[in-house]
Design a protein around this ligand. Sequence first.
Ligand code: S3P
Length: 175
Amino acid sequence: MKICLIGFMGCGKSTLGKQLAESLKLEFIDLDSAFEEKYHMEITSFFNWFGEVKFRELETQLLESLLQKDDFVLSTGGGTPCFNNNMELIKKHALSVYIKLPFAILNERLIHTRKKRPIIQHINEDELLSFIENIVPKREEFYVQADIILNSDTFNVNKTSIIIQKKILEKLKIK
Ligand code: S3P
């Protein structure tokens, strides 16, 4: 089984992906970490050195190669589905799950971690919420194409992971 988690930064794709992979006994892959390993560089430094366009080109290449693997839970980067033909690729190869959190919770979760995220590292604390409110609806054009949409009003890893598993089984019609 190939499962791909998508959603905005801070929605918990990596934490949930790890938990889900463990429960389903599947390999866990984090696209951002795989990128950093492959290019021996943190994503923030990569953006600074080579820019976002190059990052998106290499991100697509890496995504394409990882999707060829057999069974996995793959957590993507927040922008992954929204560039090139990535959402099409994801949908072709894997069961996709969009993890949707309210803007206020994304804001809370990103305020203290934004320095390591190139897209928001220069945004002030008091401007972050309006940035999120502006960009998420644009990205949702892609996110909502996912096979499963998980609307969560709190961030609770165990609870959300169980709901995702239930929804995956329903989708695959496994009772
Ligand atoms: C990005 C999100 C990041 C990372 C890169 C770009 C984005 O991943 O891929 O910094 O465009 O939203 P996370 O969602 O894991 O932070």
